[in-house]
Design a protein around this ligand. Structure first.
Ligand SMILES: O=C(O)CCC(=O)C(=O)O
Ligand SMILES: [Fe+2]
Length: 350
């Protein structure tokens, strides 16, 4: 006779009860179309559509975005081959405190472990960041990508993907800038030595989808995120109007775009970086690929002068992007007892 063996969740994955997905969550079909889908091939109204989406949701999807669809498919297939390997193989390109790029299966969001494994690589192959988060430590560190041997086409495919999505990221940055009434290239210079990174997320099926999350609720710290996902679904966005978690509708061959903390500060809160999370399920694995478009380490982030005046004073003190990034990444390897650094720590109290 087969006995039912009750498996218990490893407590490191257990979400606090008020952050677990509710059993009867909103049905994706009921809210379909709420988060705007924007066609980038049309020129009319594009800037104002993006502005409205950024203001109302902090999220939108784009279609006809110019990234070749075959390349997206090939990239996803290549990533799958990598994740199908044994843990020992994958750990040959393990991320650690020195080498921050590569494979990792122990990431924490808000001090709870995520039900996922990831592979991270830099858009520019190398980048410079502060050696530590300590404010007075001026030493720098160079990060370099690590590439696995298998599959053989991995590096070439991922590098090509990075180049294509980077073009889209710049285009979206320029449209966002125009939508704020600023020159298209207002922010481009901040990305000259960008720290941008692409992440492959693999969410295996999870026996405890009511207790754990693929990624816990969080806001992205960079300027913009350009996310590709497969056809499984699981991303949820916190609706600004009422705080409900809204599932993002699956749209074939679209990218999901969201505003990160950096644009929230640059825009002096005109656009907000919205919380999101990933729910998992018992049956299907899921893949997603965010491109985190992030400034150079030496950029000081503060509300842009054009958007600040005596009636609308700056709401943030300036902060150094590299230090903020280094500080945020401290929690990736272990659970910490304190809250991670967040932009509200730089908010000027009224
Ligand atoms: O997998 C997703 O849909 C989103 C992942 C995400 O939010 C992140 O990696 O920051
Ligand atoms: Fe995110």
């Amino acid at each position: 006779m087969v006995q039912d063996i009750e498996i218990e969740i490893d407590p490191s994955f257990l979400q606090p009860s008020d952050h677990r997905p509710r059993p009867k969550a909103i049905d994706a079909d009921d809210v379909a179309g709420e988060i705007p889908i924007i066609d980038l091939s049309k020129s009319e109204d594009l800037v104002s559509e993006i502005g409205r989406a950024c203001q109302k949701w902090g999220f939108f999807q784009v279609i006809n975005h110019g990234v070749p669809i075959e390349l997206c498919r090939k990239t996803e297939a290549t990533a799958k081959k990598f994740f199908e390997q044994t843990p020992e193989e994958k750990k040959k390109v393990k991320r650690d405190e020195v080498n921050a790029m590569g494979y990792h299966d122990g990431e924490h969001t808000k001090n709870v472990r995520d039900w996922k494994e990831v592979f991270d690589y830099l858009v520019g192959n190398t980048t410079t960041i502060p050696a530590s988060h300590e404010p007075h430590d001026s030493k720098l560190r160079i990060l370099t990508n690590q590439w696995p041997q298998y599959p053989p086409e991995f590096r070439e495919t991922l590098e090509e993907y990075a180049r294509e999505v980077e073009k889209l990221a710049y285009k979206l940055l320029e449209l966002t800038s125009l939508s704020l009434g600023l020159p298209a290239d207002k922010f481009n210079g901040s990305f000259k030595d960008q720290t941008s990174m692409i992440r492959f997320n693999h969410y295996p099926p999870c026996p405890f989808p009511h207790l754990a999350l693929g990624v816990g609720r969080h806001k992205d710290a960079g300027a913009l995120t350009v996310l590709a996902q497969d056809d499984v679904g699981g991303l949820e966005v916190k609706r600004k109007s009422d705080g409900e978690w809204i599932p993002v509708k699956l749209t074939p061959d679209a990218f999901i775009i969201n505003v990160g903390d950096t644009i929230q500060v640059w825009s002096n809160d005109r656009y907000e970086s919205v919380e999101h999370r990933v729910v998992v399920n018992t049956e299907m694995e899921r893949f997603s690929v965010p491109f985190f478009f992030m400034p150079s380490h030496y950029v000081w982030v503060k509300p842009v002068e054009e958007l600040v005046n005596e009636h609308n004073p700056a709401r943030y003190r300036e902060y150094n992007w590299g230090k903020f990034f280094a500080n945020r990444n401290r929690s990736d390897f272990k659970k910490r007892d304190v809250e991670n650094i967040q932009i509200h720590h730089f908010r000027i109290m009224e």
